[in-house]
Design a protein around this ligand. Structure first.
Ligand SMILES: [Zn+2]
Length: 193
């Protein structure tokens, strides 16, 4: 899914869980929201850096457009791209981070809750990506396995897997969540005055 969707859905899920009293521990909101977007940041930076480089050079090694070369060749074959993109998109790594954060939290270490909630964010992001990507989903068991991706029956961008419909649903969800938060903010503001 789009990075902004991860941010909004995580913020909404957290707010709803708190409202309904599901959470028994205080949430480290900045860590959670950072975790919601962190898995996509390396890919964004690589796309920007490589994109500018190829644009400046005027061509890619295969002659394809930079977008196609980056997202269909480097993404699947270049170790730097594979590692950067899958470190925080891995169920294995995120589960380890969750366990480490949980342990730190139980022992009263200061970084424990921060790591725990960051890992909740990255794991939630990964679970959403697993069910919304067909060909280019996360490498679930990275770094133990460098090839297995779950082929979800839908994709938020591939036309063969309902991409045009899924992206509309996704954007509607984003508008609804944004509207919900804006209404809440406005209500709080007017009540305070
Ligand atoms: Zn992602």
């Amino acid at each position: 899914m789009q990075t902004v969707t991860h941010f909004l859905v995580t913020a909404f899920a957290k707010q709803q869980a708190q409202r309904r009293g599901v959470l028994t521990r205080p949430v480290q909101t900045p860590a959670l929201l950072l975790g919601a977007v962190l898995p996509d940041i390396p890919f964004t930076l690589l796309s920007l850096g490589y994109g500018l480089y190829y644009w400046w050079l005027g061509s890619t090694p295969t002659g394809e457009s930079p977008m196609v070369y980056m997202h269909f060749t480097l993404f699947f074959e270049d170790p730097l791209w594979i590692i950067s993109h899958n470190v925080f998109h891995s169920l294995v790594i995120n589960t380890l981070l969750l366990a480490l954060g949980w342990r730190g939290m139980r022992r009263g270490w200061r970084w424990g809750p921060l790591l725990f909630w960051l890992a909740v964010g990255t794991q939630f992001h990964t679970l959403i990506d697993i069910v919304t990507h067909h060909s280019d989903g996360p490498l679930l068991f990275f770094p133990l396995n460098w090839s297995y991706r779950f082929p979800a029956p839908i994709s938020y961008w591939e036309p063969d897997y309902y991409g045009p419909v899924v992206i509309i649903v996704e954007n509607v969800i984003n508008v609804l969540i944004s509207g919900y938060f804006l209404t809440h903010w406005w209500r709080r503001r007017t009540e305070a005055n």
